[in-house]
Design a protein around this ligand. Structure first.
Ligand code: FAD
Ligand code: SF4
Ligand code: SF4
Length: 399
């Protein structure tokens, strides 16, 4: 695919320049020229009064028997023999899709001695579990997991694959998709079935969160996507459910894995585990200076919660990126979210609005964060936070 300007036709009117959201059109010698920044979105094509902008689409004929691909799969990611919540969240959503498609739901478990996790996968709605075990899968490796997942797809041909948009899922998903020659919609915020085609409708923010794009994968199989943790709620587990356990022998050996895990250094405790936290205390630029961020950490410690931050705080270097909540950070859904000195920009709210209770502290009574907050305190964070910390400490001591 390419977008080009027919220089013979171009009359140099410059009308196309302002329509390009990426600033990819420049005038050279009174003719429009498309620069490398072009994403081929096509927004400029219709604005040209003389049809000088041409979007060339290469037609690719794909010889694929789509009927051979069946069932919805969920990659149930595990760490140290414990399944991550996102796998169960996706099983809950995958169950709905599989039912609507009249197909089966399967969980994929890869690891070293992880068979015990199958019970929970069935309880979350799966009809089948594909189980691949081996010492070489004890910890995640790009080479090992990509090879084994690709083999599973080639052998069993699923129609749909859901993965968590975690560090590992974001690494694995695109590699597997590329190996099997299909596409992948990353970081979805909603899933559904397209009424006309029966394809999965993958919804995700686009153009900096200004629009929600719904993407279909009509020509290739499987249809693949990653979904952020906490976008969907955990399903109600039913431990009376059971299903078919399919043990798959892997041909991957430790020689096939080019990276070796030498040492695992845990840089964080519970304070960083934002995606699974029940309480999050998040701080923004309103704290004024990095030293004041200690108040956020103190309140989180008293409440046994995790520490979050706005992007302004991350950009200022007060906290590392893994604390960032929002569109370009983590999506969280705790029971209680404290937003302290955070304005409530749309990109921040996108990552925390599904919290059960939002408590905002801001000195500006008109701050947008109060529109999404359940409880609001108008005041200076530097005064309010120590008072809250004291009160919660007293309550804890009294318990
Ligand atoms: P500010 O907007 O500066 O707000 C500070 C707030 O603190 C104000 O409301 C002020 O009234 C209040 N305040 C000031 N002093 C005090 C005080 N003493 N006591 C109490 N309140 C006080 N942002 C994110 O957070 N996460 C993202 O993932 C993210 N992704 C983005 C992606 C894109 C493409 C873009 C363009 C932006 C993104 N942003 C993101 C940035 C976002 O638009 C905001 O700029 C950012 O969230 C602002 O951070 P803040 O609320 O801490 O700072
Ligand atoms: Fe800009 Fe899109 Fe036109 Fe490329 S196709 S020049 S990105 S408007
Ligand atoms: Fe040329 Fe068409 Fe752009 Fe005008 S709108 S500068 S004619 S390409």
């Amino acid at each position: 695919m390419a977008v080009n300007v027919n220089k013979e036709e171009c009359i140099g009117c410059s009308a196309c320049i302002s329509t390009c959201p990426f600033g990819a059109i420049v005038m050279e010698d009174d003719k429009a020229t498309i620069a490398d920044a072009c994403t081929m979105c096509g927004a400029c094509v219709d604005t040209c009064p003389v049809q000088a902008i041409i979007k060339e689409v290469e037609q690719v004929t794909v010889a694929i028997n789509k009927d051979a691909y069946k069932d919805v799969w969920v990659f149930v990611e595990q760490v140290d023999g414990q399944a991550r919540n996102v796998g169960h969240e996706l099983l809950g959503e995958g169950r709905k899709l599989a039912d609507a498609m009249g197909q089966k739901l399967a969980g994929v478990l890869i690891g070293d001695r992880v068979e015990h996790l199958a019970t929970g996968v069935f309880a979350s709605g799966a009809d089948k579990v594909y189980l691949v075990e081996g010492a070489e899968f004890k910890s995640y490796s790009t080479d090992g997991y990509t090879a084994v997942f690709t083999d599973l797809i080639n052998e069993y041909k699923p129609a749909v694959i859901l993965m968590g948009a975690t560090n590992d899922g974001r690494d694995l998903g695109p590699r597997v998709a590329c190996r099997v020659g299909t596409g992948l919609t990353a970081d979805c915020t909603n899933l559904g079935l397209d009424e006309q085609t029966g394809l999965i409708a993958w919804t995700r923010p686009a153009f900096g969160g200004n629009i929600m794009a719904t993407i279909l994968c009509p020509d290739h199989r499987p249809q693949m996507g990653t979904v952020r943790p906490k976008v969907f709620k955990l399903p109600q587990q039913d431990f009376s459910r059971t299903g078919e356990l399919v043990r798959v022998a892997s041909s991957v050996s430790s020689q096939d894995i080019r990276t070796k895990l030498i040492e695992l250094v845990k840089v964080c405790t519970t304070s960083c585990n934002l995606e699974e936290a029940e309480i999050i205390v998040a701080g923004g630029r309103g704290l004024g200076k990095p030293e004041n961020f200690k108040l956020i950490e103190d309140l989180a410690a008293v409440l046994g919660g995790a520490v979050g931050a706005s992007r302004a705080v991350i950009d200022a270097g007060w906290k590392p990126h893994f604390h960032q909540v929002g569109q370009t950070g983590k999506t969280v859904g705790p029971k209680v979210y404290f937003a302290c000195g955070i304005s409530g920009a749309i990109q921040h709210v996108a990552g925390m609005s599904s919290s059960d209770i939002i408590i905002a502290i801001n000195k500006d009574a008109d701050a947008p964060i109060f529109k999404v907050a359940d409880f609001g305190i108008v005041g200076n964070v530097v005064d309010v936070l120590p008072a809250l910390i004291d009160e919660f400490r007293k309550v804890k001591q009294a318990c």
